[in-house]
Design a protein around this ligand. Structure first.
Ligand code: CDP
Length: 229
């Protein structure tokens, strides 16, 4: 039997969203990228000039903002369309400003409470590949298959750098690596739901593997019906 809930966690730019989307498509499951929700709150806070260090205001925003996931509404390479209070923010949430501010936002307990509740409700419906930092540990500890997807910092920086250049955002590789390191450091050391491998997660190091190889490894685990519960 295939696992019905699949949790993929891991550090920045480890390939979770590429792999998660591909595996979900192969299985006919819903793909849910939880990072998008934290990015959306961050993006709206920046757009409304809410100071990121104002925890109360950012938390109030997380409670109020309506985030919708739709099938792609524009054929521009997007995996989905994200609306925040009706505005298309699909590409805006990938900006450097969001990258630089999302980890402080997602460290706020109230922000996490609001997001985790919605994520858990969707995850419990089953037939889902859910991707993030705390899916196997906090959001869906009962997930059928948990994977911790990793890669060396150097390789992750190269991948994120390539993505940015492909989007026409010239940026220095060393700067990207520095940003990734900083985000991982905040994500791993926060008090609430820090990034860490669940005890019953399978560790998968994707350093030196290309995308089809990583997808194949994950599908092997799925097919083996590696039920962890
Ligand atoms: O794609 P990338 O790995 O760079 O980032 P992401 O998965 O979109 O997540 C962006 C940020 O959201 C992370 O650095 C975390 O601070 C936060 N996040 C989180 O706290 N918990 C999750 N389940 C998912 C993301």
């Amino acid at each position: 039997m295939h696992p019905s809930t699949i949790a993929i966690d891991g550090p920045a730019a480890s390939g979770k969203s590429t792999i998660g989307a591909a595996v979900a498509e192969k299985l006919g499951y819903l793909y849910f990228d939880t990072g998008v929700m934290y990015r959306a709150v961050t993006r709206i806070a920046l757009a409304r000039s809410i100071p990121i260090e104002n925890e109360a205001a950012v938390t109030a925003l997380a409670d109020q903002v309506q985030i919708d996931f739709l099938k792609p509404t524009v054929d521009d390479g997007r995996q989905y369309t994200i609306l925040a209070d009706g505005t298309d923010i699909t590409w805006d949430i990938r900006s450097r400003a969001v990258d630089a501010n999302v980890s402080p936002v997602s460290a706020y307990a109230g922000v996490r409470r609001a997001m985790t509740q919605q994520q858990r409700r969707i995850g419990l419906q089953g037939r889902v590949v859910m991707v993030g930092r705390d899916i196997g540990t906090v959001v869906l500890p009962e997930a059928d298959l948990k994977i911790y997807l990793d890669a060396s910092e150097e390789e992750r920086a190269r991948r994120r750098h390539r993505e940015r250049v492909a989007r026409g955002e010239p940026v220095d590789l060393a700067a990207v690596r520095q940003e990734i390191r900083k985000r991982d450091q905040i994500d791993s050391s926060r008090a609430v739901a820090p990034l860490k491998q669940a005890d019953d997660a399978i560790y998968l190091d994707s350093t030196g593997l290309d995308v089809p190889e990583v997808i194949a490894r994950v599908m092997q685990l799925v097919q083996a019906g590696q039920l962890v519960h």
